[in-house]
Design a protein around this ligand. Structure first.
Ligand code: ADP
Ligand code: ZN
Ligand code: ZN
Length: 690
């Protein structure tokens, strides 16, 4: 008697194909089994969802095709995996197949059975570990309390610990406990950007390679080659890997023995996917822990306001670890009022003097500026020409080192013109400052400063440009660790995760843009960045008494600085949450965006407005507010016009039910004549930026 499995394949929600396709099979197949099925003239990878012994109602069984084959040697994907994929698809308004197949390593699709068998075998060969073994530390009372609470937690745990308070040690020991309790147990540890935190991977390997073998830790992130990703995925799926360390996509890893999930730096925006299904890996981690009945730990020194609010309400368990290990204190805030500094100076004299003093003492400084390149704009004084990008509504950035004008949105790059392209004026000048220029200025201004050994001060730069080449990031971090570099200039990437012993001064040069941004999350991100950057300073108790966080600002009286001065995240969060509540913003209200890309702005907006109109009369329409379509701040990128429409509701459920009812109308709105030239649209649920 045949079976009639329903199989999910990679079909975008837009294609109009349903979530499941029905096939025929001589044998019963387990839900979660990986199969190859015919689709038109092709054969594609699919996942069995259900396998009834009755043909689906309303379909002619004769018309259904046979499953082409099962991927031998691979156990089926587990129920927890299927549930999280299904939930993500529903919640973020995508098809189950799109989410499921995107969650599998791409090369699984192309692999022939013999190749797969070889891969499964090859992975068994172990490679020797090169890291120095590490043993658990005796925990502080705060850490011990946190560790116990995690073990017994019945709700998500928010580990609110200052930088250097020993959160990572708690993750390590919680992991060890979970793994020791059950030989099949697995732990998922998520980090924002893995290549920015090589130290974390090292610490996990050093701790667990000796205990569970050199294959016990695997990584999963998008920077890996297809072969590496497949190997890591297989190791997790077959249970050989005990610990998966990964970025947001790892939340979809197949982990049959999952017993604990850790989300480090849970506030980090990179947990939210910005293409395909726009999922929040942090939120999905909480859901996954629920369906897999395991504890989940969200760790941060500056939690997201969503998680903070959940803890306020008692939905999450908040554990605080305010003290730094070794008794180091957090850096003192030094605000530089730019209203009282020499006109045009990008580095205030008192800041420069403080840096010179540190370098002379053999200490290190970190200087943050959120723009890379030499200057954000090049301009002609005579005719008003500016270095706009011909393809985007944005300026091209002046990169002095390779003498290019480069668009950071579409990548369009040209050599810097000798003279103004419009009027021939030879005197075209940079406006504003980026990392290259600050590096140049500091090199110049600190030229006479000597280190304790008498050698000149060394200034280096670290941003997306200097770390593009493979190995460059590691080399630059090394230079800082070994003390070759005295002053490091960089974008926010330098603020993340690194453990630099001798940094005693951190300076943020242009923090103001976030204070008055239209984006309501900008202050939250700035506060987190400054706390995190400041956390780089004074990790050594020996230096910490004198460590300082300098911020250059035109608005020293801003409330954000009041809380930053006392390192009082709780007070900052309370104030931000009060503002959000008054404005009905998340986490008190719920939002979704519909974004549209088109050849013309009119077409993008016409599509959105037609979709809005079609929502009249839908269930829960009265519970949601649909705002008019507007162009994005950067309206055109790579010759594509972009518009968006905000949808708001007081209740998450109402918003979800409205969006589900609205989905077919969004598809239909593509057909209105005014929307000709529409390229694509996407729904972003719980958007991070509006
Ligand atoms: P966080 O993750 O909160 O920034 P870490 O876990 O990295 O903090 O701890 C900061 C430093 O303190 C690390 O060098 C770590 O090895 C050390 N450390 C952590 N816990 C202990 C402990 N209980 N005893 C001694 N040193 C510790
Ligand atoms: Zn000109
Ligand atoms: Zn461009």
């Amino acid at each position: 008697m045949p079976f009639w499995p329903s199989v999910i394949i990679a079909t975008p929600a837009h294609s109009g194909v349903g979530d499941w396709l029905s096939y025929r099979s001589e044998h019963a197949l387990s839900p979660g089994a990986l199969v190859r099925v015919p689709l038109g003239k092709r054969e594609v990878l699919g996942v069995v969802w259900e396998c009834p012994d009755q043909p689906p109602e309303g379909l002619d069984p004769q018309a259904l095709r046979d499953v082409a084959g099962v991927l031998e040697g691979l156990p089926p994907l587990g129920e927890g995996w299927r549930k999280v994929v299904h939930f993500a698809a529903r919640y973020y308004q995508r098809s189950v197949g799109e989410v499921a197949l995107a969650a599998l390593p791409p090369s699984l699709r192309e692999l022939q059975p013999e190749q797969l068998a070889r891969r499964l075998k090859r992975a068994d060969k172990a490679k020797a570990s090169s890291t120095k073994p590490d043993t658990p530390k005796a925990l502080t009372p705060e850490q011990a309390q946190a560790l116990d609470a995690i073990g017994g937690a019945t709700q998500p745990v928010l580990l609110f610990g200052a930088t250097g308070s020993g959160k990572t040690e708690v993750y390590l020991q919680a992991t060890q406990r979970a793994l020791a309790a059950d030989p099949a147990a697995q732990v998922l540890v998520m980090v924002p950007e893995i290549n920015l935190t090589p130290q974390l991977e090292e610490r996990f390997r050093a701790r667990f390679d000796p205990l569970f073998g050199p294959q016990s830790v695997v990584c999963l992130h998008s920077g890996m080659t297809p072969a590496q990703r497949l190997a890591g995925w297989l190791a997790a799926h077959t249970g050989r890997a005990r610990i998966v360390l990964g970025t947001r996509l790892a939340v979809f890893a197949s982990l049959p023995g999952l017993r604990l999930i850790v989300v480090d730096e849970e506030h980090d925006p990179s947990y939210k996917s910005q293409d395909g299904a726009r999922y929040s890996a942090r939120d999905l981690a909480v859901y996954r822990a629920k369906v897999d009945h395991c504890p989940v730990v969200l760790g941060s020194a500056t939690p997201s306001l969503e998680s903070w609010h959940a803890a306020d309400q008692g939905r999450y368990l908040r554990l605080a670890m305010p003290a730094r290990i070794g008794g180091g204190s957090l850096p003192r805030l030094r605000l530089v009022d730019m209203n009282h500094q020499p006109k045009g100076a990008s580095l205030a004299p008192p800041l420069l003097a403080a840096m010179a003093e540190r370098v002379a003492r053999g200490e290190q400084c970190l200087v943050l500026i959120n723009r890379r390149g030499y200057a954000p704009v090049l301009a002609c004084d005579a005719c008003g020409w500016k270095s706009g990008c011909p393809h985007c509504s944005a300026y091209r950035v002046f990169h002095k080192l390779d003498r290019t004008l480069r668009c950071h949105h579409c990548g369009f790059s040209q050599r810097v013109p000798r003279a103004c392209p419009d009027c021939g004026n030879l005197d075209i000048a940079p406006i504003g400052r980026g990392t290259e220029q600050i590096e140049e200025q500091l090199t110049d201004l600190l030229a006479d400063v000597r280190r304790p050994d008498g050698s000149p001060a060394r200034v280096a730069r670290m941003d997306a440009d200097t770390t593009r080449l493979k190995g460059a990031l590691e080399a630059q971090l090394d230079a800082l660790h070994t003390g070759e570099v005295d002053v490091l200039v960089g974008t926010q990437m330098v603020a993340k995760g690194h453990d630099f012993r001798r940094i005693t001064l951190v300076a943020a040069l242009n923090a103001d843009s976030a204070l008055f941004a239209s984006d309501h999350r900008a202050p939250e991100r700035l506060f987190a960045l400054l706390m995190q950057a400041g956390g780089r300073a004074g990790r050594d108790a020996q230096h910490s008494a004198a460590s300082e966080l300098w911020v250059q600002t035109w608005h020293p009286a801003h409330a954000l600085f009041t809380h930053l001065r006392t390192h009082d995240f709780a007070a900052f969060a309370a104030q931000e949450l009060a503002d959000r509540e008054a404005a009905g913003m998340p986490p008190f209200g719920h939002q979704a965006l519909v974004r549209a890309d088109a050849r013309t702005q009119q077409a993008a907006q016409a599509f959105l407005n037609a979709a809005a109109k079609a929502s009249d009369g839908l269930p829960l329409r009265d519970e949601v507010t649909v705002y008019p379509a507007v162009p994005l701040t950067i309206q055109r990128v790579a010759n594509v016009e972009r518009a968006q429409m905000l949808v708001e509701a007081a209740s998450r459920q109402d918003l979800q039910r409205f969006l589900a009812a609205w989905a077919p109308h969004l598809l239909a709105a593509r057909q209105v004549p005014e929307a000709r030239g529409l390229l694509r649209f996407a729904v972003d649920v719980d958007p991070l930026t509006i």
